[in-house]
Design a protein around this ligand. Structure first.
Ligand code: SF4
Length: 264
């Protein structure tokens, strides 16, 4: 972008008992929230690393290793902003890879559409807000878990490795387990021990720039990213990088960041 200017600020987060100092360089001029994803990804990496360190200090070991894609057959929940970023990433792939990935997305969406999986999520989400159905949280968990039974891999999974590692969604960065890796292919509350996060960046990310699509769809699973970008024209507003960062940190820490800046 021509005439682009940047501003650098420091932020200190209290993550558990540990202070986390981060220097952020963000666009000074108003931008769409997709431009901020590298910043939020960097934040998520730092928080996950601290959470990982905390669990290792208890003597536990992390089971996740390069080449294990057992968890990549789940309905990865993404933020609206991430949906448009992933669609752009696919658009920018060279052929024939772009077409291959597009086909995988389409096949996955067609499959889950044909078994009514998306509609059930919408129905359960509506039921959760209207109290029209009993035991909705348990039913939602059961339905989300049923996704694994279909055995459909993420379109970006290649040889059991993530082919978009640097750009993967925040939810993927946060998924680390101490339970045996083989349990991830059919996880249950009893067989999976996820590394507890000291803060929840993917949850904060869902609030940044949201336009209501998530509420309408109940959940945006990664496989619907292209459909989202194709059927719902992107309508995010523009803000300075500093204000987008403030919005993210407000949801991350549940505290108000003053209009003046992100320095603390
Ligand atoms: S984006 Fe990468 S890490 Fe996330 S589910 Fe897909 S292949 Fe796995």
């Amino acid at each position: 972008m021509e005439n682009e200017s940047w501003v650098t600020g420091n932020i200190t987060l209290k993550v558990g008992d540990i202070p986390l100092d981060i220097e952020l360089t963000v666009p000074a001029q108003p931008v769409k929230p997709m431009r901020m994803l590298p910043v939020f990804q960097k934040m998520a990496n730092s928080i996950v690393e601290l959470s990982e360190k905390a669990i290792l200090e208890t003597g536990e070991t992390i089971s996740c290793k390069m080449g294990c894609g057992a968890c990549c057959r789940q309905p990865v929940p993404i933020a609206e902003v991430e949906a448009y970023q992933l669609a752009e990433l696919v658009d920018n792939l060279p052929e024939p890879r772009r077409s291959v990935i597009r086909e995988r997305f389409k096949a996955a969406v067609d499959h889950f559409d044909s078994i009514g999986w998306f509609q059930r999520i919408v129905d359960l989400s509506k039921a959760a807000s209207t109290n029209k159905e009993s035991n909705v949280p348990a039913k939602l968990i059961e339905h989300v878990m049923s996704y694994f039974d279909e055995g459909i891999a993420c379109p970006f999974l290649e040889n059991e490795s993530c082919s978009i590692h640097e750009s993967r969604p925040l939810a993927c960065r946060e998924y680390l387990v101490t339970s045996p890796a083989e349990n991830c292919s059919h996880p249950t509350a009893e067989t999976i021990s996820k590394v507890p996060l000291l803060l929840d960046p993917s949850k904060a990310m869902k609030h940044v720039g949201q336009t209501g699509l998530q509420a309408k769809w109940g959940l945006i699973p990664l496989i619907r990213a292209l459909e989202c970008a194709e059927t719902v024209p992107e309508s995010f507003g523009e803000k300075t990088g500093e204000r987008w960062a403030a919005e993210f940190f407000e949801h991350l820490t549940n505290s108000k960041i003053p209009e003046g800046g992100i320095d603390t």
